[in-house]
Design a protein around this ligand. Structure first.
Ligand SMILES: Nc1ncnc2c1ncn2[C@@H]1O[C@H](COP(=O)(O)OP(=O)(O)OP(=O)(O)O)[C@@H](O)[C@H]1O
Length: 292
């Protein structure tokens, strides 16, 4: 039997039922527990107590709220990386606390301290959480067992594009002004070559090979800053999660480019990026893709 990653939600719960329920006769019977047909495999797993109890995540959120930490980011980390059994329950229990910082911001900007918590504010919190989850694990909330935020479809697509342009230009200009003069002659040559290719609109594939510690990451961060300072999109990806932390706005290549991981089974493996998806928009708008 194949292994299934918990992120592959319903498939994962189907597998869990298959190894625990004796003699099922159909997919539907797998979802029947004590005579009740459950709408999803996940719900059936929950009813059968096959899922881990979420008490520790519940306590974690409760403690964060007491210490006034930014709980929507904590919540996003928990649901995208810790796979709680029932994120929806956690959300409904803590949505007021999780949305409190947004309410506070709204009260300040509208100069109206009588604004009360409402559905719209919960939705704003869900949008923030979804953006963070998308950055961390490439999944929308609906795929993580959460209610989907109410966002115009167009918004969802354009959000990824906006994210690519959402940098502080003054800060980037400063990075460029400070670091370009620091580049040594070889780094400068690579920098000039990449910037010329971008300016001339010449597409090309450049491979940079140098011993560790000789300043490739430094150089790439200057190239990224230069492109982004001009309000252009520069995509940075890395082969591992650790190396992705070294460059600003960098994501793992397999998540950003939806790389196929089962290369042996396909004759012509292709990246799973749909033509109209947000990532396709970003890639076609990007001036450079840097893969560390
Ligand atoms: N031209 C430069 N001026 C000042 N500092 C630099 C320059 N080039 C690199 N550095 C510094 O040298 C150190 C090593 O550089 P960097 O991390 O970019 O190397 P690397 O080749 O990417 O290493 P690795 O391949 O091991 O990740 C960093 O602290 C970086 O800030």
């Amino acid at each position: 039997m194949y292994t299934v990653h918990p992120k592959n939600d319903e498939c994962f719960y189907l597998r869990l039922l298959l190894v625990n329920v004796r003699g099922p006769t159909s997919f539907e019977t797998l979802r029947i527990v004590n005579g009740v047909i459950f709408p999803t495999y996940r719900a059936a797993c929950e009813e059968l107590n096959l899922l881990e109890n979420d008490t520790h995540w519940d306590t974690t959120i409760a403690e964060a709220i007491i210490s006034a930490s930014p709980s929507h980011s904590l919540f996003a980390i928990i649901i995208s990386t810790c796979f709680p059994s029932n994120p929806c329950n956690l959300w409904h229990k803590y949505k007021d606390n999780i949305s409190e910082d947004i309410l506070h911001q709204i009260r300040i900007t509208s100069r109206n301290h009588d604004v009360e918590m409402n559905e719209e504010i919960h939705n704003l919190a869900l949008l923030l959480i979804e953006d963070m989850c998308y950055l961390m694990c490439g999944s929308l909330l609906i795929r993580l067992g959460m209610p989907a935020p109410n966002r115009e479809m167009n918004d969802a697509l354009n959000r990824e594009l906006e994210r690519g342009c959402e940098y502080d230009h003054q800060e980037l200009d400063l990075v460029v002004q400070t670091n370009v003069p620091l580049l040594n002659s070889q780094q400068k040559e690579v920098y000039d070559t990449s910037m010329k290719a971008i300016d001339d609109g010449n597409s090309g594939l450049y491979f940079l090979d140098a011993p560790g510690g000789t300043g490739q990451t430094f150089l790439m961060s200057v190239v990224l800053a230069t492109v982004r300072a001009r309000s252009n999109i520069a995509v940075a990806v890395a082969s591992s999660g650790i190396s992705a932390t070294l460059l600003e706005g960098c994501r793992t290549a397999h998540s950003a480019l939806k790389l196929p991981l089962n290369l042996q089974t396909f004759e012509e493996p292709t990246c799973n990026i749909r033509k109209n998806s947000a990532m396709a928009k970003v890639l076609s708008a990007s001036k450079i893709i840097i893969w560390d």
